[in-house]
Structure formats: structure tokens, C-alpha cells
Design a protein around this ligand. Structure first.
Ligand code: NZQ
Ligand code: ZN
Length: 403
């Protein structure tokens, strides 16, 4: 039976034109903001200047920290924290996609963290539990891309890049909840077609990770998840087709927030096996996260359907209207997965590892990826949590199905 506790303290200010309110919102939390941005898209679009103007008008001083890369690196976060300390910033404003928002959260926590900030990240394979940050500078998020939902959740995904090989891992801590999210869908009008499509794949995967791993009776959560998926399937292609379609952008952005602010996951078994496998790949090869998910999710689904067929039948029936009467469950499940994969392709997502620009993929590489995935997250028996829990060999099998 459902039993849960839910908490999300992030104030959400949503709607076209909201950027104008940034200064007013930030001034409640600090007087000197570290304004974190990516590689320059916000400068090209004029969003940066508008954000600075709004902050300054409200009396908030601005210190710029630019250059956060997609799949943000630990060493970049350290530089950001140094900049914040050097200038005495008392609030962090994240203006960008998931990478900028994740980096900002960890910068905000690093400034106040005692000890090595690397210890805050999950590395279950080492047997050591993370030492979570208990405090952080206040963070205000301003997403410019609809995808991760990072604007209103307490997670951050960072690639550790100062060791032999990059390892993409995560931290989830209460201190990382942004104080406020200023979400202005107009800022996403310039996102190119490919990243718009990857965002749609990400949004859908955030809810399939709970929907398809769940074994409880959770009718309301199921319908929330289906609402997110159906909305993404309806409005995603419109946003890809015409980037200037503000209504489509708005619906997709709301879907991205709902998908991962914890609400859909309430009372539901929600491990993230597809995310964990994908993170290994985007950490090693700098693949866009949503593109990697579009490859791994259908392969994982085909592997997992036989262990939890009823959920997959429900997905096929309710999302794609696949007929079920008198049919074998697995056949229905597979038809639903085929339809999902076709949808991803139709909006321009890759669905095979060979399309990710990694080059030749050998069996040794697949084993290595599986080991790295389990280094970040595993249960007591060394398996990746989910239904079913995945051994190293299972992960390799899924990856082979994705080639
Ligand atoms: O760096 P700039 O120049 O800003 O360009 C970015 C980047 O190249 C560009 N972009 C962003 N907004 C734009 C824009 N281009 C034009 N117009 C705009 N308005 O888009 C590119 C990708 O940006 P990025 O932030 O990397 O994308 P996304 O939002 O998909 O974030 C992906 C990262 O978030 C992590 C992923 O693993 C990945 O590292 N995730 C974080 C989660 C969380 N915190 O809850 C959950 C997710 O599952 C995910 O794992
Ligand atoms: Zn994701």
C-alpha cells in the first residue's frame, strides 16, 4: 500500500515573461549573485543581458561565472565555488540548461562544504556512503531548456574528471533544493531541434523510470505519469517542428517540471536504471543526456518487459492504444515499445548506440561501461536497482540490444 512523505520547498514562478521578475525574486535571498551560465547561448540570445538588468534593477550585484559545459565537470564546479568565495557571493543564480543548474547547485553546496566536496557524490560500488551537503548558498534556477526538471528538484549530476577516467555520478540532498525557480518558456524558443527532441526523450524517461519499475497499485501516480508522457508526445513534435511555438514550448516546459519534481514519483518504486546506464555513456563520451536515454530506454524496456509485463501492457494500451483483447501480454508490451521507439525516431532522436558518434564499440567496452555504472550505484548484491535488478551481465545484454 502507498506510504510516503513528500517535501518540495522550491517556489515556482512559471510563465512567459517571468524573467522580468528575476531581480525581485533573487533580492529576497542575497545581495551579490554568482550568475552561472554555460558556453554562451544565453549571451547570443540576449537572455543574459536581460537577467543582469533585472538583477541590478533590484539592487543585486552580479558576478559572472561562465563556461559550464554540457555534462558538467567537477573541476568546473570547483572553479565556480572559488569564484563565489573570492567575491563573497551570497546567492547563486543558474541561467541555463540542466548542466548549468546542476553545476550551480553543487557550487552553492561546495562553498559551505567542510572537507573534500567529492565526498558528497554517490559511489556505492566503493562501499562508502556519500557525505551529503547539509547546507548550501541559496540557489535560484532559471532554465533555458526544457528537459531535466533540475530547476525544481534536489538532484545534481556531475562528471568527476580529475581521476584516470571520467565518472558521471550524482548527489541528491535536501540542501540542494533551489529556493525558487523562475521559469519563462520564452527563454526556450531558441533551443535547436536536436536538443528540443532530446529534452522530450528525457522528460518521458523521467516518468517511465517510475511507471515501468513500479509493482504497486498506484492509479493516481500512473495517470500523472501518463499525463506527462501524452503531453510530451502531443506537444514535443510541435516544439521540434516550430521552435517559435510558445504554447508547445510552455506545455513541454511544464511537463519537464512535473516529471521530476518528485510529485509523480510519490509512493512509487522509482529507481533509475536507464539513467544510470546512460550517465556512464554521457560521462565517458560527452553524449547529450537525452540522446543517450533515447538509445538505452527502448533496449532496457525490451529486457525488463518480461519481468513486469502488466506495466508494459498498460503503457502500450494507454499511451499508444495498442489492442490487448485476446493477445499475449509480451506481444502487446513489445508493440508498445516499438511504437515508443518509432516516436523517438520521428522527432529526430537516435535510438542506437552506433548513432551516438562513439566509434567502434567492442564487447570489452560494454563490460567496462557496466562496471562503471555499478561503481556509481548498486544494491547489496552488486546489482543495479530496478525491476528486475540488473547484474553486470544484464547491463551488457541491454547494451548489446542497443547497438
Ligand atoms: O552551454 P550553452 O551555450 O548554454 O548551450 C547549451 C548546451 O550546448 C544549449 N542551450 C541551453 N539553453 C539554450 C541552448 N541553446 C539555445 N537556446 C537555449 N535557450 O543546450 C545544450 C545542452 O545544455 P544542457 O544544459 O547540457 O542540457 P540539459 O538541460 O539536457 O541538461 C543535461 C544535464 O543534466 C543532467 C544530465 O545528466 C546532463 O548532465 N540531468 C540532471 C538531472 C537533475 N538534476 O535532476 C536529471 C536528468 O535526468 C539529468 O541526468
Ligand atoms: Zn534525465
Amino acid at each position: 500500500m502507498m506510504k510516503f512523505e513528500y517535501y518540495n520547498p522550491t517556489r515556482l514562478i512559471f510563465g512567459a515573461g517571468s524573467l522580468e521578475r528575476l531581480g525581485e525574486v533573487v533580492s529576497k535571498y542575497g545581495k551579490k549573485a554568482l550568475l552561472v551560465i554555460g558556453k554562451g547561448s544565453v549571451k547570443k540570445t540576449g537572455t543574459f543581458d536581460r537577467a543582469v538588468a533585472s538583477l541590478e534593477k533590484a539592487g543585486v550585484k552580479v558576478v559572472e561565472f561562465s563556461g559550464v559545459e554540457p555534462n558538467p565537470r567537477f573541476t568546473t564546479v570547483l572553479k565556480g565555488a572559488e569564484t563565489a568565495k573570492k567575491h563573497g557571493c551570497d546567492v547563486v543564480v543558474a541561467l541555463g540548461g540542466g548542466s548549468v543548474m546542476d553545476a550551480s547547485k553543487v557550487i552553492a553546496a561546495t562553498v559551505l562544504y567542510e572537507g573534500n566536496p567529492k565526498d558528497m557524490f554517490m559511489r556505492a560500488g566503493s562501499g562508502k556512503m556519500p557525505r551529503l551537503p547539509e547546507k548550501a548558498l541559496p540557489v535560484v534556477t532559471v532554465p533555458t531548456l526544457a528537459a531535466t526538471g533540475s530547476e525544481m528538484n534536489n538532484g545534481a549530476v556531475i562528471t568527476i574528471d580529475d581521476e584516470d577516467e571520467p565518472l558521471k555520478t550524482f548527489v541528491i540532498a535536501e540542501a540542494l533544493y533551489p529556493r525558487a525557480a523562475v521559469v519563462d518558456p520564452e527563454l526556450t524558443l531558441t533551443v535547436p531541434k536536436n536538443y528540443t527532441a532530446y529534452g522530450v526523450a528525457d522528460i518521458i524517461t523521467h516518468v517511465t523510470e517510475s511507471y515501468l519499475n513500479n509493482t504497486e497499485e498506484t492509479p493516481i501516480q500512473d495517470r500523472f505519469a501518463e499525463g506527462v508522457i501524452l503531453t510530451a508526445i502531443e506537444y514535443g513534435p510541435r516544439a521540434v517542428e516550430n521552435g517559435q511555438d510558445l504554447n508547445a514550448r510552455t506545455q513541454i516546459q511544464w511537463a519537464s517540471i512535473v516529471a521530476l519534481n518528485g510529485w509523480v514519483q510519490v509512493g512509487v518504486n522509482a529507481p533509475y536504471p536507464v539513467h544510470q546506464i546512460e550517465h556512464t555513456i554521457s560521462g565517458l563520451y560527452d553524449v547529450p543526456h537525452g540522446a543517450g536515454l533515447a538509445v538505452i530506454n527502448p533496449a532496457w524496456m525490451r529486457f525488463a518487459a518480461k519481468y513486469n509485463p502488466d506495466r508494459f501492457v498498460q503503457f502500450a494500451q494507454r499511451i499508444f492504444g495498442v489492442p490487448v483483447e485476446g493477445r499475449d501480454k509480451l506481444e502487446v508490451a513489445m508493440e508498445g515499445i516499438d511504437r515508443f521507439e518509432e516516436f523517438l525516431r520521428s522527432i529526430g532522436c537516435p535510438t542506437r548506440l552506433s548513432e551516438l558518434g562513439i566509434g567502434e564499440i567492442t564487447e570489452d567496452m560494454l563490460y567496462h561501461w557496466a562496471e562503471k555504472t555499478l561503481e556509481v550505484l548498486c544494491d547489496e548484491e552488486g546489482r543495479l536497482p530496478g525491476v528486475p535488478p540488473l547484474s553486470k551481465e544484464d547491463i551488457v545484454e541491454i547494451l548489446k540490444m542497443a547497438i
